[in-house]
Write a protein that binds this ligand. Structure first.
Ligand SMILES: Cc1cc2nc3c(=O)[nH]c(=O)nc-3n(C[C@H](O)[C@H](O)[C@H](O)COP(=O)(O)OP(=O)(O)OC[C@H]3O[C@@H](n4cnc5c(N)ncnc54)[C@H](O)[C@@H]3O)c2cc1C
Length: 113
């Protein structure tokens, strides 16, 4: 980040005014042309945690841990899409959903594999 001339500001943001004026907790005002925010995602349902699925903390938030076949740490329970993979994208979520369906089908037809 430093190599690219990016300043990392550690002070918490107090509020945002006008289009994109950032007011920090030390009362400094940083005016920008626009702002991008990084959202933190967590599973919408408490079900995975209640079932005992391991969750991992990632830079994008909590994620359900899965193996290469999209199976969680609870045998027979699968997870896909944003809840279980990064980066968050429609096409990746659709792809992982399709593959997870195939893995679930395989686990039912050939449970010993
Ligand atoms: C503001 C924003 C902009 C984005 N822009 C883009 C973009 O331009 N391009 C791109 O590729 N991706 C974009 N994304 C990311 C993309 O939306 C996600 O990666 C994608 O929707 C993930 O699909 P998903 O099916 O895993 O989860 P979701 O789309 O979140 O679907 C989960 C579904 O489960 C439902 N649900 C939750 N809890 C329960 C429950 N207990 N019982 C039953 N149903 C439940 C929810 O209502 C929801 O319908 C954006 C995301 C956001 C937030």
């Amino acid at each position: 980040m430093q190599g690219r001339g990016v300043t990392v500001e550690e002070r918490p943001i107090d509020r945002i005014e006008n289009e994109a004026d950032v007011l920090l907790s030390d009362r400094r005002r940083l005016p920008f042309a626009g702002l991008f925010t990084a959202t933190r995602c967590v599973p919408a349902s408490p079900l995975p945690a209640a079932m005992g699925c391991a969750l991992d903390e990632t830079p994008m938030g909590l994620q359900i841990r899965t193996d290469a076949a999209q199976e969680t740490t609870v045998p027979g329970v699968f997870a896909c899409g944003d809840a279980a993979s990064l980066p968050h994208s429609v096409s990746l979520a659709v792809g992982s959903g399709a593959m997870t369906g195939i893995h679930i089908h395989r686990s039912l037809v050939w449970p010993e594999r």
